[in-house]
Design a protein around this ligand. Structure first.
Ligand SMILES: [Zn+2]
Length: 413
């Protein structure tokens, strides 16, 4: 395959030279004026001023893919936390919640997470695949080239397998990359005949080996919360997962604290939510290598406080930002809009928000080949129709990318 020179971009932000942890100012962002990218075999081989790249290429062996008009080029966005494999809708719950109904009243009316579990179990694998494809392709159009997708609405060995197989099948078919995670420990299923510990034991004995065998995921997640799983109950489950070589990630500190300590204790790659984290949790997270993932979509969906991203960054923590796209608490599913809004409420710089949805999100998924425009990295990048990168977050998600390249190929939508 011939190499390609793509550009010129009015501004090109490679998102390189910034640490994974800590606060960042916009002055620290590298901005290449009239930049270009050379791509070969899905991979970036050079990034720099377009004129310099033109001089260094062998023109006979290079295709020129010209970009016309104003454009700001960034790495493809990464959404490191979603639940886009589900059946049904929770529009009724949303209306009831906003009308002041309590969790219990919504549950009695047939709503709540159990409704999604029921609808997901009812759905065929093909129906689940259709839903994932539709949501992932919308994300891709909005510049999200890598998307994490969790199971967790099956809550039995058979139904969790169905979800994870659906995610894998869609990953093989669509252009965006899907990174799957097993969230069988989302809640204690109310139809399970046994305790929470017995449920987790059954999952670890019967499901974990199949995840390996079918290569369905390398990641195990759990919801640590009062009313879901406590630190004590999850201990043998995470221990077993680690012994088998799975990477741990945690739903932590959403309504009550405790989860972030579990994340640190089990060397989780990320602790996600953290809306309830206090100075104590912020301190232990910032000291660790755990990526703290803010989920502004859940705060917007529930009308709750945002993750203390400013404090986490100032304490030296690493902050990724993800959509948490799910039918219950985060129905919007628009990563850029949510990240922009988090920035206004938490007083984050452009550099911090953009880092949170690029290379810091890649770190939350243990991905070392994307999230920045570096030589040797996957050629995933996007271009916005503007001449100033600050317009992107300023327009709060309403400015969409005009072009998306996945593995070096411009996608036709
Ligand atoms: Zn979640």
């Amino acid at each position: 395959m011939k190499q390609k020179l793509i550009g010129p971009f009015t501004q090109l932000l490679p998102m390189t030279g910034i640490a994974v942890k800590g606060a960042v100012t916009d002055e620290e962002l590298v901005v290449i004026k009239n930049g270009g990218i050379i791509v070969k075999n899905n991979t970036i081989v050079a990034v720099g001023p377009y004129k310099d790249l033109l001089k260094q290429i062998d023109i006979k062996n290079t295709l020129l893919e010209e970009v016309k008009g104003d454009s700001v080029c960034l790495p493809g966005f990464i959404d490191s936390h979603t639940h886009i494999c589900f059946g049904g809708t929770r529009a009724n719950d949303y209306a009831m919640r906003n009308a002041g109904k309590t969790y219990l009243e919504i549950s009695k009316a047939g709503g709540g997470i159990w409704d999604t579990v029921t609808q997901t179990r009812k759905a065929s694998i093909l129906e689940l695949e259709e839903g994932i494809t539709k949501r992932a392709n919308k994300h891709l159009k909005n510049g999200v080239t890598t998307i994490e997708v969790k199971s967790g609405y099956g809550l039995s060995v058979y139904e969790e397998l169905k979800m994870l197989r659906a995610i894998k099948n869609v990953d093989n078919k669509i252009k965006a990359d899907l990174i799957s995670t097993c969230l069988a420990a989302h809640m204690h299923p109310k139809d399970y005949n046994g305790t929470a510990s017995e449920y987790l034991k059954e999952i670890s004995i019967s499901l974990f080996p199949l995840l390996k065998e079918e290569r369905l995921t390398t990641r195990i997640d759990a919801f640590i919360e009062e009313g879901a799983f406590t630190a004590e109950v999850i201990a043998p489950y995470f221990k077993k997962a680690k012994e088998m070589g799975f990477t741990i990630t945690v739903h932590a500190d959403q309504f009550s604290t405790g989860g972030s300590k579990v994340a640190v204790d089990y060397d989780a790659v990320s602790a996600d939510h953290l809306e309830a984290s206090t100075d104590e949790e912020i301190k232990i997270l910032a000291k660790s290598d755990v990526i703290s993932t803010a989920l502004p979509g859940a705060s917007i969906g529930l009308g709750c406080a945002f993750t203390p991203a400013r404090k986490l960054l100032d304490a030296g923590g690493a902050v990724a930002i993800a959509s948490d796209h799910n039918p219950g608490s985060a129905p919007m599913g628009d990563l850029l809009t949510q990240a922009s809004i988090l920035g206004t409420f938490q007083k984050l710089s452009n550099a911090e928000v953009l880092s949170g949805i690029t290379f810091r999100a890649a770190a939350a998924l243990s991905l070392k080949d994307r999230g920045a425009l570096n030589n040797g990295f996957m050629a995933d990048f996007i271009a916005f129709p503007t001449s100033n990168y600050k317009e992107i977050l300023y327009l709060q998600g309403q400015l969409k990318p005009s072009y998306v390249w996945k593995k070096g190929t411009k996608i036709d939508f």
